[in-house]
Design a protein around this ligand. Structure first.
Ligand code: AMP
Ligand code: MG
Length: 400
């Protein structure tokens, strides 16, 4: 096996077991609640729809009236938002979508099946009992749970809450995520790129991810490769953040100060993970804050963020479901020489509904991540032949 390397699952298990979900709850406007995590299950205090109403524009009728014939006097008109009178025997009510069914009516005939003749209506079809009537409580029952605790609220969830009149929702406070970037070689776009320097692309990728996951971001920028500077920013960030995520400096090279800095300021678990890209990963605590140190290689930091930081921060934000759902998909590529470590390959859907592989899987080639639609999660040592099914993690499942 992978001597001295920890498996992805074992590392994740330890991290998730250590995670401390946010407990502070904020009551916020339902209108602003999309992408927040619901702190308490929501129940409906009402039936939806609140009354029987018409699913169509047409005529509300009493079925027993249709035994004598299919022409009825139109006795009233009921628009959405108004309430009709009880249906008098032998009459129909002109009715519109969403309007309450008048007492006595037991079906609606859609207007396409009716002919208006002066003050009468001729029904070209006999409706079935209850046809085109939305019954009270058929969507939501009074007292029923509409949203579970620990769910990230999607736009349709806020709509559902609003449909039962919920004006505000209890959500967990946002996670305070601190980011910093180690490396004397880093400069920002807009600054001159002196010889030997590179742009700090990880700042953009990781900041973007922090936004995707709804964090309150503290960005401490580029930190010089010294023990002193690394310790100082860690100390400051630990006082201001729930979680500190860093890029670079977690190897054991001469310019790698993250390990000694975290050891000096807090507690460190340093792992060599059996994954590719990735390998070095640091996890620890600095006083009340958690710390995750990602490798500096742009593909590695992106992938390790999705594999480790994502579930950790979702759990910390109070979510119950944190593991991504994979899809079984067809490999339209060969991967004859797999690594002994678990690999996360950058792939893209093709027009035939299979997956194509980015030609270079080098952890420094950021283009592969932008080109891809997601990652194939390939078990250690598994050679893949064209046409075989693989475990696919589309970005859409990983971005939340
Ligand atoms: P490190 O993990 O610090 O040894 O860095 C590994 C590789 O990633 C080196 O080639 C670094 O130059 C590169 N790297 C480190 N940090 C960044 C960053 N913020 N943006 C882009 N590349 C980086
Ligand atoms: Mg470095």
């Amino acid at each position: 096996m992978n001597q001295g390397l920890l498996s992805v699952d074992a590392a994740l298990e330890q991290m998730l077991a250590a995670a401390k979900p946010v407990v502070e709850v904020e009551q916020i406007a339902t209108l602003e609640a999309t992408n927040r995590v619901l702190a308490r299950a929501q129940r409906s205090t009402m039936d939806v729809p609140p009354m029987d109403n018409s699913a169509m524009d047409g005529y509300a009728v009493r079925l027993s009236d249709l035994k004598q014939g299919n022409s009825l006097l139109v006795g009233q008109k009921i628009m959405a938002g108004s309430v009709g009178r009880p249906l008098e025997p032998g009459t129909a009510a002109r009715i519109f979508t969403g309007a309450p069914i008048p007492p006595g009516a037991d079906a609606v005939v859609m207007q396409e099946h009716c002919v208006a003749e002066g003050n009468k209506v001729l029904l070209k079809r006999t409706p079935k009992p209850g046809e085109w009537i939305r019954t009270v409580g058929s969507d939501v029952k009074k007292g029923g749970e509409i949203l579970p605790a620990g769910k990230r609220l999607l736009p349709q969830d806020t709509g559902l809450a609003a449909s039962v009149g919920i004006k505000t929702l209890p959500v967990f406070r946002k996670l305070r995520l601190g980011l910093f970037f180690t490396g004397d070689e880093l400069v920002m776009p807009g600054e001159p790129l002196a010889p030997g320097r590179i742009y700090n692309s990880n700042r953009f990728t990781l900041r973007g991810l922090a936004e995707v996951f709804g964090c309150e971001l503290r960005d401490y920028g580029i930190v010089p490769d010294t023990l002193q500077a690394t310790r100082e920013v860690l100390r400051r960030a630990a006082g201001e953040c729930d979680l500190i995520v860093t890029s670079g400096g977690v190897s054991v090279g001469e310019a790698d100060f993250v390990k000694p800095a975290v050891e000096a300021e807090g507690k460190l678990l340093m792992w060599r993970i059996a994954m590719k890209p990735g390998r070095p990963l640091a996890f620890g605590t600095i006083r009340g804050a958690f710390f995750i140190g990602l490798p500096g290689n742009p593909v590695s930091s992106f992938v390790t963020f999705l594999v480790f930081v994502r579930p950790f921060l979702l759990r910390t934000q109070g979510m119950t479901e944190v593991m991504p759902r994979a899809i079984a998909a067809r490999a339209d590529f060969d991967w004859p020489q797999p690594d002994a470590r678990r690999e996360f390959l950058r792939v893209k859907w093709n027009a035939q509904g299979g997956l194509e592989l980015y030609p270079t899987q080098d952890s420094a080639v950021l283009t592969s991540t932008a080109w891809a639609d997601g990652l194939v999660d390939n078990p250690p040592g598994r050679a893949v032949g064209r046409g075989e099914m693989v475990r696919f993690l589309p970005y859409s499942e990983l971005y939340w």
